[in-house]
Design a protein. Structure first.
Length: 202
């Protein structure tokens, strides 16, 4: 099968020094629409790589292509390799987090699930999942099972449920830049504790 070269856009903080080594947040878009406004606002202290999935493919089948897109950003922008994280379409985020678990600082899957028997592989990174409690497209149990498997492996995972919300919750998750700032603060070298699953200033 032919696998595509992913095309994306890199957004930087307003006024950022081009030579400054910044965190990189990879956003796996759930559709081909316009990026959420918070990604382009320039308020997050990180570079943001916005990727859309090509027609006929699924994110969970493109881990090497995501890797390639990240490497291209690292080749052309100053990136802190200890602070690379991923957020977006739930199945894709879970899948890539498992694939790249040794290199990511954290993962934020939105309304998704994954291979629960492999969830233990992400135990060394914090995973903060979001789901609509009334999701009629993908029952929240799929995400909860992943979270529970991470916890059973002594990892760090947390789920936020939006009461009475259906599947489309991205606008709510990204209504502010709070979760993106939380991601930018994570590092593969930090000693993470569950008390850090908060959007309050650290």
């Amino acid at each position: 099968m032919f696998y595509p070269i992913l095309r994306g856009t890199v957004y930087a903080p307003t006024g950022a020094d081009a030579a400054a080594s910044l965190p990189l947040i990879v956003y796996l878009a759930p559709d081909t629409g316009e990026p959420p406004a918070v990604l382009t606002a320039g308020t997050v202290p990180a570079r943001i790589l916005y990727l859309t999935c090509p027609d006929g493919f699924h994110w969970q089948n493109l881990p090497y292509e995501i890797d390639d897109a990240i490497e291209k950003v690292k080749a052309s922008h100053a990136v802190d390799s200890d602070r690379i994280s991923v957020i977006g379409e739930g199945f894709g985020v879970w899948s890539y987090a498992i694939f790249a678990h040794k290199r990511l600082s954290c993962a934020v899957p939105i309304a998704g699930g994954g291979l629960s028997w492999r969830a233990h592989e992400v135990k060394k990174m914090p995973v903060w999942a979001f789901h609509g409690a009334a999701d009629s497209t993908l029952n929240r149990i799929h995400g909860q099972e992943m979270i529970e498997r991470v916890l059973l492996s002594s990892g760090h995972s947390h789920m936020t449920l939006y009461p009475e919300r259906d599947h489309a919750i991205t606008d709510e998750v990204l209504s502010t830049d709070a979760i993106l700032r939380w991601m930018a603060a994570r590092s593969v070298t930090e000693e993470f504790s569950d008390e850090k699953f908060t959007l309050d200033p650290e």
